[in-house]
Design a protein around this ligand. Structure first.
Ligand code: IMP
Length: 188
Protein backbone atom coordinates (compact mmCIF):
# COMPACT_ATOMS: atom_id res chain seq x y z
CA UNK A 1 0.00 0.00 0.00
CA UNK A 2 1.15 3.54 -0.69
CA UNK A 3 -0.02 6.97 0.41
CA UNK A 4 0.77 10.27 -1.28
CA UNK A 5 1.77 12.89 1.29
CA UNK A 6 1.28 16.52 0.32
CA UNK A 7 4.34 18.30 1.68
CA UNK A 8 7.37 20.34 0.74
CA UNK A 9 9.10 19.43 3.98
CA UNK A 10 11.67 16.61 3.55
CA UNK A 11 11.78 16.06 7.34
CA UNK A 12 8.06 15.36 7.48
CA UNK A 13 8.35 13.00 4.51
CA UNK A 14 11.20 11.10 6.23
CA UNK A 15 9.35 10.93 9.55
CA UNK A 16 6.08 9.72 8.04
CA UNK A 17 7.98 7.12 5.97
CA UNK A 18 9.67 5.81 9.13
CA UNK A 19 6.40 5.79 11.11
CA UNK A 20 4.48 3.91 8.40
CA UNK A 21 7.20 1.41 7.39
CA UNK A 22 6.27 -1.16 10.09
CA UNK A 23 2.71 -1.19 8.70
CA UNK A 24 4.00 -1.96 5.20
CA UNK A 25 2.82 1.42 3.91
CA UNK A 26 5.07 3.35 1.54
CA UNK A 27 5.06 7.12 1.27
CA UNK A 28 5.41 9.14 -1.92
CA UNK A 29 5.60 12.92 -1.97
CA UNK A 30 2.84 14.79 -3.78
CA UNK A 31 3.94 18.30 -4.71
CA UNK A 32 0.48 19.86 -4.85
CA UNK A 33 -0.63 23.33 -3.78
CA UNK A 34 -2.53 23.23 -0.45
CA UNK A 35 -5.39 25.62 0.18
CA UNK A 36 -5.12 26.52 3.87
CA UNK A 37 -8.22 27.90 5.55
CA UNK A 38 -7.74 30.14 8.60
CA UNK A 39 -8.70 28.18 11.69
CA UNK A 40 -7.33 27.55 15.20
CA UNK A 41 -7.75 23.82 14.77
CA UNK A 42 -5.23 21.87 12.67
CA UNK A 43 -7.89 19.17 12.07
CA UNK A 44 -10.12 21.66 10.24
CA UNK A 45 -7.18 23.01 8.23
CA UNK A 46 -6.03 19.55 7.13
CA UNK A 47 -9.60 18.39 6.40
CA UNK A 48 -10.49 21.35 4.20
CA UNK A 49 -7.18 21.14 2.31
CA UNK A 50 -7.70 17.41 1.75
CA UNK A 51 -11.29 17.86 0.53
CA UNK A 52 -9.92 20.19 -2.09
CA UNK A 53 -7.12 17.88 -3.20
CA UNK A 54 -9.16 14.63 -3.12
CA UNK A 55 -11.24 15.89 -6.03
CA UNK A 56 -8.13 16.45 -8.14
CA UNK A 57 -5.79 13.67 -6.98
CA UNK A 58 -8.07 10.91 -5.66
CA UNK A 59 -7.55 8.13 -3.14
CA UNK A 60 -4.62 7.77 -0.73
CA UNK A 61 -3.72 11.47 -0.76
CA UNK A 62 -2.83 12.65 2.76
CA UNK A 63 -2.62 16.23 3.98
CA UNK A 64 -0.84 16.82 7.29
CA UNK A 65 -0.98 19.94 9.42
CA UNK A 66 0.85 20.60 12.68
CA UNK A 67 0.49 23.35 15.28
CA UNK A 68 2.37 24.25 18.45
CA UNK A 69 0.12 25.72 21.15
CA UNK A 70 1.95 27.54 23.98
CA UNK A 71 -0.29 27.94 27.02
CA UNK A 72 1.21 31.17 28.43
CA UNK A 73 0.83 32.81 24.99
CA UNK A 74 -2.86 31.92 24.70
CA UNK A 75 -2.16 29.10 22.27
CA UNK A 76 0.18 31.13 20.02
CA UNK A 77 1.61 30.27 17.50
CA UNK A 78 -0.87 27.37 17.07
CA UNK A 79 -1.52 26.78 13.35
CA UNK A 80 0.72 29.76 12.51
CA UNK A 81 3.76 27.85 13.75
CA UNK A 82 5.32 27.84 10.29
CA UNK A 83 5.04 31.59 9.77
CA UNK A 84 6.38 32.27 13.27
CA UNK A 85 9.28 29.86 12.76
CA UNK A 86 10.23 31.59 9.50
CA UNK A 87 9.90 35.10 10.91
CA UNK A 88 10.97 35.34 14.56
CA UNK A 89 12.39 31.80 14.79
CA UNK A 90 13.19 29.84 17.94
CA UNK A 91 15.01 32.78 19.52
CA UNK A 92 11.96 34.99 19.03
CA UNK A 93 9.68 32.44 20.65
CA UNK A 94 12.08 32.04 23.58
CA UNK A 95 12.21 35.84 23.95
CA UNK A 96 8.40 35.96 24.25
CA UNK A 97 8.71 33.47 27.11
CA UNK A 98 11.52 35.25 28.95
CA UNK A 99 10.71 35.28 32.68
CA UNK A 100 7.56 33.23 32.10
CA UNK A 101 7.26 30.35 34.58
CA UNK A 102 4.48 28.47 32.76
CA UNK A 103 6.30 26.75 29.87
CA UNK A 104 3.49 24.29 29.06
CA UNK A 105 2.81 23.63 25.37
CA UNK A 106 1.10 21.08 23.14
CA UNK A 107 2.05 19.82 19.70
CA UNK A 108 -1.01 18.83 17.65
CA UNK A 109 -0.91 16.98 14.35
CA UNK A 110 -3.78 16.19 12.01
CA UNK A 111 -3.48 13.76 9.10
CA UNK A 112 -6.37 13.89 6.63
CA UNK A 113 -6.72 10.95 4.25
CA UNK A 114 -8.80 10.78 1.06
CA UNK A 115 -10.44 7.41 0.45
CA UNK A 116 -13.57 6.47 -1.46
CA UNK A 117 -14.66 10.08 -1.90
CA UNK A 118 -14.45 10.74 1.87
CA UNK A 119 -11.89 12.44 4.11
CA UNK A 120 -10.90 10.75 7.38
CA UNK A 121 -8.95 12.79 9.93
CA UNK A 122 -6.56 11.29 12.49
CA UNK A 123 -5.14 13.27 15.39
CA UNK A 124 -2.03 13.11 17.52
CA UNK A 125 -1.18 15.27 20.49
CA UNK A 126 1.85 15.51 22.78
CA UNK A 127 1.97 17.68 25.88
CA UNK A 128 5.26 19.09 27.03
CA UNK A 129 7.19 22.22 27.92
CA UNK A 130 9.24 24.83 26.10
CA UNK A 131 12.91 24.61 27.10
CA UNK A 132 14.85 27.66 28.33
CA UNK A 133 17.40 27.29 25.49
CA UNK A 134 17.54 25.12 22.34
CA UNK A 135 19.05 21.67 22.99
CA UNK A 136 19.92 18.80 20.67
CA UNK A 137 20.76 18.36 17.01
CA UNK A 138 18.08 15.97 15.73
CA UNK A 139 14.75 16.66 14.09
CA UNK A 140 13.65 19.99 12.65
CA UNK A 141 11.62 23.12 13.38
CA UNK A 142 10.75 23.51 17.06
CA UNK A 143 12.33 20.17 18.06
CA UNK A 144 15.27 21.76 19.95
CA UNK A 145 12.92 23.66 22.27
CA UNK A 146 10.09 21.14 22.78
CA UNK A 147 10.40 18.72 25.72
CA UNK A 148 7.70 16.03 25.76
CA UNK A 149 6.26 15.57 29.24
CA UNK A 150 8.20 13.32 31.59
CA UNK A 151 11.20 12.70 29.33
CA UNK A 152 13.50 15.55 30.42
CA UNK A 153 14.90 15.85 26.89
CA UNK A 154 13.86 17.80 23.82
CA UNK A 155 12.65 16.05 20.66
CA UNK A 156 15.98 17.10 19.11
CA UNK A 157 17.90 15.38 21.92
CA UNK A 158 15.75 12.25 21.78
CA UNK A 159 16.59 11.69 18.10
CA UNK A 160 14.51 10.37 15.20
CA UNK A 161 14.01 6.79 16.40
CA UNK A 162 12.49 7.82 19.73
CA UNK A 163 10.65 10.85 18.33
CA UNK A 164 9.01 8.75 15.63
CA UNK A 165 7.62 6.35 18.23
CA UNK A 166 6.10 8.93 20.56
CA UNK A 167 5.53 12.17 18.65
CA UNK A 168 2.30 13.96 17.73
CA UNK A 169 2.97 12.85 14.13
CA UNK A 170 3.65 9.24 15.17
CA UNK A 171 0.30 9.12 16.98
CA UNK A 172 -1.70 10.60 14.11
CA UNK A 173 -0.09 8.43 11.43
CA UNK A 174 -0.22 5.23 13.50
CA UNK A 175 -3.99 5.76 13.83
CA UNK A 176 -4.18 6.39 10.08
CA UNK A 177 -2.17 3.22 9.37
CA UNK A 178 -4.30 1.07 11.65
CA UNK A 179 -7.50 2.42 10.10
CA UNK A 180 -6.16 2.04 6.57
CA UNK A 181 -4.93 -1.51 6.98
CA UNK A 182 -8.19 -2.55 8.69
CA UNK A 183 -10.39 -0.81 6.11
CA UNK A 184 -8.31 -2.06 3.20
CA UNK A 185 -8.40 -5.64 4.44
CA UNK A 186 -12.23 -5.43 4.82
CA UNK A 187 -12.52 -4.16 1.24
CA UNK A 188 -10.19 -6.81 -0.20
P1 IMP B 1 3.28 22.90 9.10
O1 IMP B 1 2.42 21.79 9.56
O2 IMP B 1 4.15 22.48 7.96
O3 IMP B 1 2.50 24.17 8.85
O4 IMP B 1 4.31 23.17 10.27
C1 IMP B 1 4.24 24.24 11.13
C2 IMP B 1 5.58 24.60 11.70
O5 IMP B 1 5.84 23.75 12.78
C3 IMP B 1 6.76 24.51 10.75
O6 IMP B 1 7.60 25.62 10.95
C4 IMP B 1 7.49 23.29 11.15
O7 IMP B 1 8.87 23.46 11.06
C5 IMP B 1 7.06 23.11 12.59
N1 IMP B 1 6.88 21.72 12.87
C6 IMP B 1 5.99 20.87 12.28
N2 IMP B 1 6.14 19.64 12.78
C7 IMP B 1 7.13 19.71 13.69
C8 IMP B 1 7.77 18.76 14.51
O8 IMP B 1 7.46 17.56 14.50
N3 IMP B 1 8.74 19.22 15.30
C9 IMP B 1 9.13 20.52 15.33
N4 IMP B 1 8.60 21.45 14.57
C10 IMP B 1 7.60 21.05 13.75
Amino acid sequence: MRIRLVTNNPHKLAEVSQILAPYGIEVERLGAEKVEVQHDDVAEIAKKAAENLCVRYGDYVVVEDTGLYIEALGGFPGPYADYVYRTIGLSGVLKLLEGVANRRAVFRCAAALCLGGRVEVFLGEVRGTIAQVPRGTGGFGYDPIFEPEGLGRTYAELGDDVKNKISHRAQAFSKLATWLTTTASKRA
